[in-house]
Design a binder for this molecule. Structure first.
Ligand SMILES: [Zn+2]
Length: 478
């Protein structure tokens, strides 16, 4: 800590705020910006001439002194964030690296820890990954999600680029909100259309794609190759064309609002595994309609349940992945994306290898589970209540999340060491999907319990994200 940092830290602590070490950034010749945390709020601070930055609503009645300079604190509001965006790289950007890693921060508490982990690895960080489903359950909006993630970036001192993912978008309205907030990555989800297919005759375009690819041989890295079957291509055409038309309409909207973005198409929540024929049809259809993908999230064999490891044969996953990668290389080179990607330690290594390090991974709820792990340590009574509430609302929570959890697999009582609940696969899944009902009933209590334990929470999240990246980048885990 340098001299000014020391003086600033002392002055702030008298007002009950803590300077986040490492967050101080110089704006040459003008002053310094920093992040601080108060008892109940996030703040941004400015050391320098008060009118250089248009920050509003100072939190301290009088400027404090940091060495020779005046300083004040401001609430972390959208307006103050925009003021900083003009001088610091705090706006999300398009991805510019082969590997990318996405994290969600459902409560807006752990983005700093996430970026601190991600910056240590050769991945492009995509923060603020949130779906409308999560927004609804957490009673937040895209703007707030990005705002809290940007504070995490500021607070971590990370000055590199990052993206923001509006995940599982289904409507133009959702898209517009995300565009207005400044999101750079948009994930359009076709799963719902696939669940309720509207049968129709394939169009001339669909016919042309089937005819062009039927019998075509793909060369696959395992040397075996794969011949695209005509019957399956027709099936893909029938299932996917209406869904793709809906997605193309959304892309048209998106283009009217924004010139450049990273576009992902996801079918990971479809009921059926994505066949090579499905994949070829989807990408070719989009390509011929002028839509280029940044990434595609297929539905892989096996089960990708929330917060637990991959369920299935790793070899079957690897075989399917090799085919998807072969297709993406043959067609355009967009990346393959893995959803529900947290805690899938059995497959990270093959995923990184087979994709040749060109991939995207999404994780979200696992950071929420780390939050509960800290609650288990610091307030076991609260965890017991959270768990009981989750049990009571199981049916409600599972409506939004396709998981195979059975009630009889769930322990009825907390184990003697409450943290062990977070090791129990069924209980983990239950807690993973229950965040909506838990936040409705316990937001204040959770926040209160964590306030005194921020460092523990950040350490838990940071270490857990690092375990994922260590596994991807081939370091022994644990
Ligand atoms: Zn998904």
């Amino acid at each position: 800590m340098n001299l000014m940092e020391g003086a600033l830290s002392d002055a702030l602590s008298r007002w009950g705020f803590r300077l986040l070490p490492g967050s101080l950034r110089e704006i040459p010749g003008r002053g310094w910006v920093f992040a601080a945390r108060g008892p109940r709020e996030k703040a941004v601070g400015w050391v320098g001439e008060p009118d250089f930055l248009p920050l509003t609503s100072p939190l301290l009645p009088e400027p404090i002194r940091a060495g020779n300079y005046p300083a004040n604190l401001y609430p972390w509001t959208w307006g103050n964030y925009l003021a900083l965006r003009s001088v610091l790289s705090l706006a999300p950007q398009r991805c510019d690296r082969p590997a990318s890693f996405g994290t969600g921060d459902r409560l807006g508490w752990v983005s700093r820890a996430q970026i601190e982990a991600l910056r240590l690895y050769p991945v492009f960080p995509i923060l603020a990954q949130q779906s409308p489903r999560e927004l609804e359950r957490t009673k937040r909006d895209f703007r707030d999600v990005l705002l809290q993630a940007a504070w995490g970036v500021l607070a971590s001192g990370y000055a590199g680029a990052f993206g923001a993912d509006a995940d599982h978008i289904k409507t133009a309205e959702q898209l517009r909100e995300a565009v207005e907030a400044g999101y750079t990555m948009f994930t359009l989800d076709l799963s719902e259309h696939l669940r309720q297919p509207v049968p129709r005759e394939p169009s001339p375009l669909a016919r042309a794609i089937v005819e062009a690819h039927a019998g075509h041989r793909l060369s696959v890295a395992d040397g075996q190759g794969y011949i695209l079957e005509e019957g399956r291509l027709w099936k893909a055409a029938q299932r996917y064309e209406p869904a793709l038309e809906a997605a193309i309409a959304l892309v048209g909207q998106l283009r009217a609002w924004r010139r450049e973005f990273d576009l992902e198409i996801s079918v990971d929540e479809a009921e059926e595994e994505t066949t090579p024929e499905d994949h070829v049809f989807v990408v070719e259809y989009l390509r011929r309609r002028g839509v280029d993908l940044w990434s595609l999230a297929p539905r892989f064999p096996g089960r990708f349940e929330k917060g637990v490891d991959y369920i299935g044969e790793v070899e079957a996953f690897a075989r399917a992945l090799r085919l998807h990668v072969a297709i993406s290389r043959a067609l355009d080179g967009y990346r393959i994306s893995l959803h529900s990607g947290s805690d899938k330690f059995r497959i990270y290594r093959v995923f990184a290898e087979i994709t040749g390090g060109r991939f995207h991974i999404k994780t979200s709820g696992t950071s929420w589970l780390q939050t509960l792990r800290v609650i288990a340590r610091v307030d076991p009574g609260l965890l017991a209540e959270l768990y009981r509430t989750s049990l009571d609302h199981l049916e409600e929570s599972r409506k939004a999340y396709p998981i195979s959890l059975r009630r009889e697999d769930l322990p009825l009582e907390l184990p003697s060491n409450p943290e062990q609940l977070l090791e129990h696969p069924a209980a983990r899944q239950l807690l993973h999907i229950s965040y909506g009902v838990l936040l409705d009933a316990y937001r204040e209590a959770l926040q209160g319990a964590l306030e005194a334990h921020w460092e523990e929470l950040e350490t838990a999240v940071r270490e857990h994200i690092r375990r994922h990246l260590d596994a991807l980048f081939v370091r022994e885990v644990r």
